[in-house]
Design a protein around this ligand. Structure first.
Ligand SMILES: [Zn+2]
Length: 86
């Protein structure tokens, strides 16, 4: 499964990326294995596509709860908030 994730993150072929990523997510569900947090932060929860560094936007916002990272998916446009604990 980790191997699949590696493939998904390293290839530039868009179709292969999606395919490998979907496979990895399915595998992780059926085996009850959690995707490592480090990696799950790089994947859009909505379309299961790895964030592209050229298409995605990352912003850091300072709020009451500390710093929040806003990631906009370059593929589907979903915004994800990742709170950073101080
Ligand atoms: Zn997305």
């Amino acid at each position: 499964m980790l191997r699949l994730l590696e493939i998904a993150l390293s290839t530039t072929d868009e179709e292969l990326r999606r395919e490998a990523m979907r496979h990895a997510v399915e595998l992780s569900r059926s085996f009850r294995v959690r995707i490592p947090r480090r990696l799950s932060l790089l994947i859009c929860r909505k379309c299961m596509t790895p964030y592209r560094f050229d298409g995605s936007r990352v912003r850091v916002r300072r709020g009451r709860a500390g710093l929040t990272v806003l990631v906009t998916c370059g593929s589907c446009g979903a915004v994800r908030r990742i709170p950073l604990k101080p």
